[in-house]
Design a protein around this ligand. Structure first.
Ligand code: SF4
Ligand code: MG
Length: 336
């Protein structure tokens, strides 16, 4: 089968003193083998919680999967115990984070940290693991890999540390790499280099990637498909072209207008979306974007919009798709 990962109607909550925070409220998507999917949305939209749930990295309690399932390579891993997950993590699914310093061990040489997974999962002997570690450092574009393998994380620059993280993540040749804001902490030039590197490795190793970001601009080159999340739900998903050239959801319009772009006049760039996302302890029963949407109608506040298929693989949840809705000009299509 071509489908590597399937997330089906996933609902994840956190039980807090203030009440039940419904962080993920029925999210569905899939990732094919070797494909890159971007999950895009503002902070707090549930994208990281979704990723951490796939990896079983959220503490339960206070977290809880209320509904839905995660199927990876034919296995329903959302039912796995921590012990079973240990065997998957780092071997079949790896994850990298925004800040390598929080996931790299500051007291262990970088080469050793790459070797750990190889010894644990691939049962490699030390010598072989060491050779592979150096090969991985070379593969991620770190000069003098043999010397670098003997150094500690603090001797690496930010960009080099992120490369080392990628080397650790990919050492066991996982089928899926989940990258949560992998370039957010880096400056723009280094960001582009890391994205290029991930794209190169995706092709070379045929690794599927889920890249999670608040910045749509980052994913245009690397992703084949994009899922846009808002307030714990996917409000629109489609191919990169669907989302960049034919977006249908007002929130996606807003995201696109807040991406710095060179092909649009200065005064049209970087329009922030006004307002804040809803409280996920008491989420609105209608469209979660209604309070911030310029086109909100009466029904938007009353009923969650059903999924409309715009095209193969292009879906949107918005009442503007209803045949009775007024005709609203699509600002993204208009300006091109
Ligand atoms: Fe705006 Fe209504 Fe569409 Fe929500 S459903 S995005 S409020 S028009
Ligand atoms: Mg996050």
């Amino acid at each position: 089968e071509n489908k590597l990962l399937e997330v089906d109607n996933l609902q994840v909550s956190f039980h807090t003193y203030a009440g039940e925070v419904k962080a993920v409220r029925g999210v569905s998507f899939h990732v094919n083998r070797g494909e890159a999917l971007a999950i895009v949305g503002e902070s707090g939209c549930g994208k990281s919680v979704t990723a951490q749930t796939i990896m079983k990295l959220i503490p339960m309690p206070p977290g809880k999967i209320k509904k839905g399932k995660v199927v990876f390579d034919g296995k329903e891993i959302s039912k796995y115990t921590d012990r079973q997950m240990e065997k998957i993590r780092g071997k079949e699914i790896s994850m990298i984070f925004q800040d390598p310093m929080t996931s790299l061990n500051p007291t262990m040489k970088v080469g050793k940290q790459i070797m750990e997974g190889l010894i644990k999962h691939q049962k490699m002997d030390k010598q072989k693991a060491k050779e592979r570690a150096i090969e991985m450092l070379r593969l991620v574009g770190i000069p003098n890999p043999a010397k670098r393998a003997e150094q500690y994380p603090h001797e690496f620059s930010g960009g080099m540390r992120q490369r080392a993280m990628i080397a650790i993540a990919l050492a066991c040749n996982p089928k899926l790499l989940i990258a949560d804001e992998p370039t957010t902490a880096l400056d723009v030039t280094i960001q582009a280099q890391i994205i290029d590197l991930m794209q190169e490795l995706q092709h070379k190793l045929n690794t599927a990637i889920i890249i999670i970001t608040h910045d749509l601009g980052v994913v245009a080159d690397i992703a084949q498909r994009i899922a846009v999340m808002y307030a714990g739900v996917v409000i629109e998903s489609g191919t990169v072209d669907d989302i960049f050239y034919r977006p249908q959801h007002p929130y996606t319009w807003g995201l696109l207008q807040s991406v710095p772009r060179l092909d649009v006049k200065e005064d049209k760039r970087l329009v922030p979306i006004e307002g804040t996302p809803p409280d996920l302890i008491a989420p609105p029963k209608g469209c979660p974007f209604a309070a911030r949407c310029d086109h909100a109608m009466k029904i938007c506040k009353e009923q969650f919009p059903e999924r409309t298929e715009i095209d193969d693989n292009h879906y949107v949840h918005c009442w503007l798709q209803h045949s009775m809705a007024p005709n609203v000009k699509n600002p993204i299509i208009e300006e091109r």
